[in-house]
Design a protein around this ligand. Structure first.
Ligand code: HEC
Length: 175
């Protein structure tokens, strides 16, 4: 009799522990769930992410992503100012090693989303001098979601033709 009660008790405890583990795992997965960039606007992402923490999930070696980014670059008319290959036109080139505010993913994402004026209000300043100086308009309300913008930025990276050390802006040991 005692043995049976003990057995049932053990089973109950075991089941409880298993349930807790499963729950714990579900919570853990939830907490670490990667952001679905297709479901968040660039403006929301900028607002919800601490400064310096935005990183492109894509690489400029992903040819399919770069091709999609190029399409967006044209369809959102970035090319109208920066030239079809990002090499500059009426506006600064995106392909050289001079970065106006800096060239890391976080700064570029915020600049395109917020535009120059709002970026400067948030404490950024022009440290790189391009041949053309003017304000970049805000595109955060125009670009459909953050995923589109990450693809555009992957395309821009693929066009880089400057000193490899400055591809992502000021190297970390010089910041
Ligand atoms: C009306 C013209 C115009 C359009 C359209 C435009 N830009 Fe710009 N862009 C600028 C100007 C001007 C600057 C320089 C900003 C500054 O000095 O504050 C700039 C700067 C940039 C930079 C930083 C370049 C550097 O060297 O640091 C990036 C990246 C960029 N634009 C991407 C884009 C993307 C992506 C789009 C389309 C979604 C776009 N731009 C559309 C005018 C434009």
């Amino acid at each position: 009799m005692t043995r049976r009660v003990l057995g049932v008790g053990m089973v109950a405890i075991f089941a409880g522990v298993m349930a807790l583990c499963t729950l714990g795992r579900v919570w853990a997965v939830d907490a670490q769930a990667p952001v679905d960039y297709t479901k968040i606007t660039p403006i929301e992402l900028v607002k919800n992410t601490p400064k310096g923490k935005l990183t492109n999930p894509y690489k400029d070696t992903q040819a399919d992503i770069v091709a999609q980014g190029q399409q967006f670059f044209l369809s959102y008319s970035c090319s109208g100012c920066h030239g079809g290959g990002g090499g500059g036109g009426m506006c600064p080139p995106l392909s050289n090693d001079i970065w106006v505010y800096d060239g890391d993913d976080d700064t570029l994402f915020r600049l395109v989303t917020l535009g120059s004026d709002e970026l400067q209000k948030q404490g950024y300043y022009r440290k790189g001098q391009e041949n053309v100086v003017g304000p970049m308009p805000p595109f955060g309300a125009i670009i459909k979601n953050a995923d589109d913008l990450w693809k555009i930025l992957a395309f821009i990276r693929s066009k880089y033709d400057g000193d490899p050390a400055y591809k992502y802006g000021t190297p970390p040991d010089q910041r």
